[in-house]
Write a protein that binds this ligand. Structure first.
Ligand code: KG4
Ligand code: ZN
Length: 363
């Protein structure tokens, strides 16, 4: 079975072709080694949006319209595949004008090629990325299975979302908490803008912070809040953290690179502390057997390492899954697999009924 997937929910134009390698045991899929990514093209619009310090939806839409046919051809050529069996497309959540570009393209393709089409939830796709090429933390326990065991606690952290989700069983979700204002990725992006470091902020803040960590000695001490960390809920709030950085930066007389490094280290740590604390709390309370991460922010090396260390120490019986860094950020391969799973479940939708939905919820 060959799946073609399209993802245009934000500022990356993505097309992937994924082959299902083995599907021996029917539904639900048994393992993580069942897929071959034949092509996975991501055409980034970073340069276009960098001058605004964030994504400009209508500019992004126009760029998607221009890029999508080109990216589609490239993905087809690279995959060296003539026949397709299924089309998967991100239906939401995301930027509505951008989503429609992908949805309309996918609908036309499905009609012209007479193929089934499945709309996919973007947040779910970030979770499902773990069925593609997950990195499972090695545990001391022998004979641990390589497949995800339920219940699982999923943390999806991206530029638009920060959600803690209970995955009770395969494709069964309950949102436990989410951000009340800015997403964690948005906080990284805004902090980078305040410090004049560029866009997208996450990777830049991380690399500036990493330079600081290597050359340890600095007398600058900055303490930022860990918003909502000890509150009795699973919600998040990162807008205040960004504002705290803004005030710190405005009142500081020194604004050199060392000072910016100190802020990057502290803001990154504040975000990691909150995410780890709340995820582990949920895992303990819901007696989770797996912890699954996904979304652009989970490409962050410090976050990945700190999660791994603390899970190993505090919850050694829990399996920890995280995608390869290239599959943490937006891509269409994860959309292909998510669509395939829903197709396997028996879901069918007429192309004319498929719509983009900026506020699609995972339930
Ligand atoms: O999942 P994603 O690619 O797109 C959305 O669905 O939003 O996530 C993008 C977000 C951006 O805010 C970006 O700054 C952040 O992920 N990001 C990172 C890193 N790489 C990307 N944040 C922290 N550290 C990184 N290494
Ligand atoms: Zn995303």
């Amino acid at each position: 079975m060959i799946i073609l997937a399209i993802e245009t929910s934000c500022d990356d134009t993505c097309v992937a072709i994924v082959k299902v390698k083995s599907q021996k045991s029917g539904y639900p899929p048994s393992g993580c080694k069942s897929f071959d990514i034949l092509s996975n093209i991501v055409s980034s619009q970073v340069k276009l949006h960098a001058k605004y310090g964030g994504v400009w939806p209508y500019l992004a839409k126009r760029k998607h319209q221009k890029n999508l046919p080109v990216v589609f051809e490239k993905a087809r050529k690279e995959a060296k595949i003539k026949k397709l069996d299924l089309i998967s497309v991100t239906g939401g959540p995301g930027l509505e004008p951008c989503l429609w570009v992908g949805v309309n393209f996918a609908k036309d393709l499905a009609k012209n090629l007479n193929l089934p089409i499945i709309p996919v939830n973007h947040i779910e796709a970030h979770i499902i990325a773990n069925w593609l090429s997950p990195i499972r933390s090695k545990s001391k326990i022998k004979n641990q299975k390589s497949k995800i065991i339920f219940p699982a606690i999923c943390l999806v952290v991206s530029g638009g979302h920060t959600q803690l989700i209970l995955m009770k069983d395969f494709l069964k979700y309950k949102i436990l908490g989410e951000t009340r204002d800015d997403a964690a990725g948005e906080c990284f992006d805004k902090v980078a803008r305040i410090l004049g470091l560029g866009y997208p902020g996450g990777p830049i803040v991380a690399s500036v912070a990493a330079t600081k960590i290597k050359n340890q000695k600095s007398k600058i001490k900055i303490k930022l809040p860990r918003p909502m960390i000890y509150q009795k809920n699973y919600d998040f709030s990162f807008a205040g953290l960004k504002t705290a950085v803004l005030y710190q930066y405005q009142k500081s007389k020194i604004k050199n690179q060392k000072y910016k490094q100190a802020i990057c280290v502290e803001v990154q740590q504040a975000i990691i502390d909150v995410l780890i604390y709340k995820t582990l709390k949920a895992a303990k309370n819901f007696k989770a057997k797996s912890i699954i991460l996904g979304g652009g922010v989970t490409a962050n090396e410090e976050l990945r390492n700190q999660f791994k260390k603390i899970i190993k120490k505090q919850l050694p019986n829990i399996l920890y899954f995280i995608p390869n860094t290239s599959l943490c950020t937006d891509n269409a391969a994860m959309v292909a697999v998510a669509g395939y799973f829903h197709w396997l479940k028996g879901e069918r939708e007429k192309p004319e009924n498929i719509e983009a939905n900026a506020n699609l919820r995972l339930e």
